[in-house]
Write a protein that binds this ligand. Sequence first.
Ligand SMILES: CC(C)(COP(=O)(O)OP(=O)(O)OC[C@H]1O[C@@H](n2cnc3c(N)ncnc32)[C@H](O)[C@@H]1OP(=O)(O)O)[C@@H](O)C(=O)NCCC(=O)NCCS
Length: 249
Amino acid sequence: MLKIIGESCIKVVRFNMQRTDTRSYAALAVISTEAFAEIDANCATILHKVELDCYKGLRCNSRRTSYLLGRYAAKLALESLSGDSVSREVAVLPGIFGQPIVRGLTGLSVSISHTETLACAIAFPEEHLMAIDTENLSANKTSLMAEELTEAERKLGPELIQKVNLHACIWTAKEALSKILRTGMMTPFSLYAVETLDQDTDKNPIVELESCERLKGQYLHFSQYRFQTWIRDDSIITIALPRRTILSC
Ligand SMILES: CC(C)(COP(=O)(O)OP(=O)(O)OC[C@H]1O[C@@H](n2cnc3c(N)ncnc32)[C@H](O)[C@@H]1OP(=O)(O)O)[C@@H](O)C(=O)NCCC(=O)NCCS
């Protein structure tokens, strides 16, 4: 097993994805940046040779942290999903637009996101497109997020939820969709517009994030996708997924 650090810094959960006539699985890993030193000390046992060379070549501390924790989260999620040990032969390499490509495991994909305080990744079957995005709910960032909202998006959301969380939810929903589409945010934001946003009262499949405030919504121009959002403390995590897929434990 790849897991080398304490339970408080790391969460890994595997969950069901039910569709009309099929069921598959995905896995989520969330790692606190507090675990960086311990993971860094073990980096040679976690990273593939190509990843290790890339990691050693990074000069910026924040990028070193995000790279290592993002790769580690991806591999923990892959390990949880595949049910087998993920060896150093497995690599998560960047595609030409920066999108993560899994090498050394057939049929699985990952999506990665990181902030100053955490890194997270989801692993999923490559035929079932998904993506993840996370942000810190700091005042600076959320005011920037608010500026990018469309007029219609400003009117969305249940009354009880703080506006700042709504803005971050819509932002992360757009970033997650841009990762599914592989375009990133190089495309006008309005294309990813959110059409509906509601409190999520469905059974929470991600038990480790149980105490969170939860939201869900759909996109204006991409009706084949929807998103689910978890907000806890100063972090927000959004997963974009096919609209008709139901997540459960
Ligand atoms: C993709 C993007 C939205 C990520 O958002 P972010 O807030 O900067 O960063 P996050 O921490 O949430 O996500 C970063 C992860 O997204 C993934 N990612 C990067 N580009 C991606 C893409 N085009 N599609 C899907 N996933 C992508 C990577 O796994 C990356 O982590 P890693 O570099 O450690 O592997 C943003 O980087 C972007 O818009 N990129 C555009 C890239 C592009 O098109 N470049 C080519 C022209 S120069």
